[in-house]
Design a protein around this ligand. Structure first.
Ligand code: AVJ
Length: 322
């Protein structure tokens, strides 16, 4: 096993994204990718075990049940690249199925260093596996992985957990098309998508009783305090999940209890926030099973197979690069 992480210095990008998101006119927003520092990654691990949040368990159930079938559909040999591996727990099933037929190279691409380390530890015991982690943004990491490709080897990209749901629908197609451009015809992408479900169930999943999701959301402000020297008073913000029916998504917002001014030294801004104003921190788009076929085609893939969990509507979609 080979474990190796490369770090990038991204503080100024964080500061710039925060500055832009909080100063442009209209709805204030912060990019959801910044949730995942050490604390945020650990909080998401907890969310994924909450009874109200069935998404991660559905994803894992599908992979546990169908890994052999999924792997059987891949023309080999393949190297596996995972975009946003997280702890790597659910990836085990796929890697074990693959490792039975070939020596398996696994390249997790992950912006959270602690999640990457956890993933490497979690999966290193699988027989005939080599792991090389990339502490990188998805597309940068995938480009590097593609450069490692050996002659005759196909890439099998994993984008699990419905992370695609963070993009709005047009941006999702755009992102998948960018992934496609890095791939060769015949390479494949396993895409996990959370499916539409009743509003009450959805709201519960993003508004858990223990307040873990609220802490996950507020941690974004805490992180801005820690890393950019800001003075957000966390007690002056309330986590408010909203369902946007037109856009078919859950939105996470942080709502200000009062008029306040926040100073963010590293971003060189003072931000004025009025009473009840919200900062939009995340979107989780929900899909219909049939809509994924169109999304795949628009991005240069063909959806070759789909597996759906009955207990918690969620789909694993196998896309082949055309
Ligand atoms: C990891 C992006 C799939 O959108 O459901 C969980 C993150 N946010 N609870 C999701 C999340 C609030 C999650 N994803």
């Amino acid at each position: 096993m080979l474990v190796h992480a490369i770090s990038t210095n991204a503080v100024y990008e964080f500061a710039e994204d925060v500055r832009v998101g909080l100063t442009h006119p209209g709805q204030k927003e912060l990019p959801s990718k910044y949730f995942y520092d050490d604390v945020g990654s650990a909080l998401f691990e907890v969310i994924s075990r909450l009874p109200e949040y069935g998404l991660t368990r559905a994803d894992e159930r599908l992979l546990r049940r169908h890994s052999d079938e999924i792997v059987d559909r891949l023309a080999g040999p393949v190297a596996v690249a995972e975009l946003g591996s997280g702890s790597g727990k659910k990836t085990r099933w796929l890697l074990q199925a693959l490792a039975q037929r070939q020596r398996t190279f696994y390249y997790p691409v992950e912006i959270s260093r602690s999640a990457l380390a956890m993933c490497e530890r979690e999966l290193s015991d699988i027989d005939s596996i080599s792991i090389l982690g990339f502490e990188r943004e998805y597309l940068d990491g995938l480009l590097e992985v593609a450069a490692y490709r050996k002659r005759g080897q196909r890439l099998f990209v994993l984008f699990l957990g419905s992370t695609i749901g963070n993009f709005d629908r047009a941006a999702a197609v755009g992102f998948l098309a960018q992934v496609r451009r890095i791939l060769e015809p015949g390479d494949s992408l396993l895409l996990g998508t959370d499916l539409e479900k009743p509003s009450a169930q959805l709201l519960r999943a993003y508004d858990d009783e223990l307040g873990v999701t609220a802490a996950f959301n507020l941690n974004l402000l805490a992180r801005i305090n820690r890393e950019l020297g800001a003075n957000f008073d966390l007690g002056q913000f309330v986590d408010v999940p909203k369902i946007n029916h037109e856009a078919r998504r859950v939105e996470m917002h942080l709502q200000s209890r009062r008029r306040q001014t926040v100073t963010i030294p590293a971003a060189e801004v003072d931000v004025e926030i009025v009473e009840e104003e919200t900062i939009w921190t995340e979107s989780s788009h929900k899909y219909l099973p049939e809509e994924i076929f169109r999304t795949a085609l628009d991005a240069g893939f063909r959806c070759e197979a789909q597996w759906i969990d009955q207990q918690w509507p969620f789909a694993e979609n196998l896309l082949i690069a055309e």
